[in-house]
Structures are given as C-alpha cells and as structure tokens.
Design a protein around this ligand. Structure first.
Ligand code: FES
Length: 345
C-alpha cells in the first residue's frame, strides 16, 4: 500500500515535476544537468497515466504506435545508468524509502527532493550537487512504481565504466573534447572525423561520424555486432531507425554532451517532435533530438531511450493532427519482406 507521502507526490502533474527540475538545475552539477532533463522525458508521467487509464492497454499502445520497452517497473534500479548520480543509487533509494515510510508533513516537491539528496550526499560524503538529480529521479520512480515494487527491486550491481568512471569534471571535459584530426587537422575541411559515444539500456560504445553527417546515418554503418539481439528495434546499428525523414519518431535520442555541435533543428524536426510528444525544448540546441536529423560537427554523447511512440496529440493534446508520411526506408521494406516470408505470402 502506498504511503501518505506518495499520495502527496502523486498530486503533482508532469509539468510541475519538470518545473521543479528546472528550478533545481542551478544546484545540480553540470555532469547531470541535461541527463536529468532527459530522464524525465524518457519516463513521461503523462504517458504512463494515459496508458493506466486505458480500458485496453495493448490497444492503447498500438494506437500510439508504441515500440520497444516502455515503463519503469522493470528498470527501477537501471533506468538512470546514464546519470553520474547513479553510483549513489543505493543511498538515494534508502533515503527515498525512509521518507516514504515516515509520517513527517509534506514539505513541497523541491524541498523533498533536496532533503533526499542531502541525506544521500551526507551518507556518501559527497557534494549535494551530485545527488540532487538522482534524488529527483528516485522520487519520480517511487511515484511510477509504487513503494512495494520500489523496495522489492534487487538493487544495482554494475560499476561505472569507461568515460563514466571518471570524476564529474573529467566526464564533462571528455564529453566536450573532439577527436584529434592529426597533425595537419586544422587544414581539413570536409573530411573531418569525429565520434558519437552512446549509451542504451543494453549496450554502450562509440561509432565514427563524418563532419556534418546525421547521427542516424553514422549509426547505420556501425555493424560490429547484432544490435537487434539487444533491442528489437535496431535493424542497422545501435540507434533504432526507420524512416530517416523525421516521420516516424523511432530515432529520438537524448544528448548528454555536445548538443552545441549538432545542427540546429529544422522547423520540420521541431514540429514533428510535438507530434511525437517527446518534449523537445525550444532551446536553439535542445537535448532531445531526432538522430536522423541532427548532423554532427564534433564529438557528441547520446543516450538512446528503450521505446518510441507517437503520442503528442492523444496524450499532450497540444498539436494539430498531422498526416505522417508512410515509412519507405530499407529497414521498413526489410520488415515487410520478412513478415511476408513468415506468413508465406
Ligand atoms: S528515423 Fe524516423 S524520425 Fe528519424
């Protein structure tokens, strides 16, 4: 059974949670500033509420063209692995549970996030600026999962690896740094080569990108493993891609570092992001992008969400009905061919 504390948290809308996160941003270390904004877009409360109130959840998901693995229930301890603060999760989790089981009066959303963050940072002997983002994630996870599921989740076991094993400042610096272009690199113009560091639920790595190439196109060429065995949406490369024309919403990604080195979104990308419902901000270089539209002119670090859908109109209700173009890519054709072959047509 949920506590009075959870009932108080449940009164806040998604917009109010996002507003609380924006208020707290100056108190959050840069390493997790965009990461926490991305996490709240990957696990949208409005979409969860919409599905929970549907008479037939499967039909509702179909109606939103939902693909992949939506929801937090099976990711209580893992959804936030792309945050630096993930390493403090056991302490944050304990602090969230302690708060949920206490009957102290509710102090307000931002104050409660700060309080959980302060307890975890004291226990970890670290700065509160490193636990505030993960504290916000912890409380929203509690709301979406419920106290019993939250407590029953087995806990984290993995250690931070690669770039994420560094200090917060080292991670920020590593994300900002471009690959060397060699001794006479400054003379190069069109053939500069960079890389895209990526993190998905089941994989992480880095693939090359040519100057001004779309992230999706670079990902398609990176076939060093069977990506589909890790994510059924990945037909070519680690980023799920279908239309390559901003029509389907499959390729959305969060940008953890290097957003300023991506091309500015076109009017079409911005409009379609509203149709999809992904919560792209109006910033010139937003942290949620379509990989098939964002061209890189330097190293970038992205995180790939485990699901995609088209829910802007039905859930957000703030977009005009837009006729989506049919998917005509090689991936879609391949799917058609396979399903015809399977059904013997
Ligand atoms: S692949 Fe369809 S929107 Fe990018």
């Amino acid at each position: 059974m949920n506590s009075a504390f959870i009932s108080d948290l449940e009164k806040f809308t998604e917009a109010e949670w996002l507003s609380a996160v924006e208020t707290l941003l100056p108190e959050i270390h840069e390493v997790d500033r965009d990461a926490v904004r991305i996490w709240f877009r990957f696990y949208p409360l409005d979409l969860l509420n919409y599905l929970e109130s549907a008479e037939n959840v499967e039909e509702a998901m179909k109606g939103l063209a939902m693909e992949g693995d939506f929801g937090l229930l099976d990711k209580i301890d893992t959804s936030h692995r792309f945050l630096y603060g993930h390493r403090f999760w056991p302490l944050v989790k304990a602090s969230v549970v302690e708060r949920a089981e206490s009957d102290a009066p509710f102090a307000g959303l931002e104050a409660e996030i700060r309080s959980v963050a302060a307890k975890a940072s004291a226990a970890a002997k670290t700065q509160i600026s490193l636990t505030t983002a993960i504290a916000a994630v912890g409380l929203m996870t509690l709301v979406q999962a419920g106290l019993d599921e939250f407590k029953a989740a087995p806990g984290m076991t993995e250690q931070a690896e690669g770039m994420m094993a560094g200090s917060p400042d080292q991670i920020v610096a590593a994300r900002a740094k471009d690959d060397s272009q060699g001794l006479f690199g400054f003379l190069k113009t069109v053939d500069k080569k960079y890389s895209v560091a990526f993190k998905a639920m089941g994989s992480a790595g880095r693939f090359p990108v040519i100057n001004d190439e779309e992230i999706a196109s670079a990902s398609q060429k990176f076939r060093e493993r069977d990506w589909q065995s890790l994510d059924s949406r990945c037909w070519e490369g680690p980023v799920p891609i279908e239309c390559t024309s901003a029509s389907c919403g499959t390729c959305w990604v969060g940008v953890l570092g290097g957003a300023e080195k991506l091309s500015t979104p076109s009017d079409r990308e911005r409009r379609q992001m509203k149709v999809f419902g992904y919560g792209q901000t109006d910033e010139e270089k937003p942290f949620i992008r379509l990989a098939c539209q964002a061209r890189a002119s330097g190293n970038v670090t992205i995180v790939i969400p485990p699901w995609n859908a088209v829910f802007g109109k039905k859930v957000r209700g703030n977009v005009e009905e837009v006729e989506l173009e049919p998917v005509t890519t090689s991936a879609a054709k391949l799917r058609e061919a396979i399903s015809s072959a399977v059904s013997g047509e």
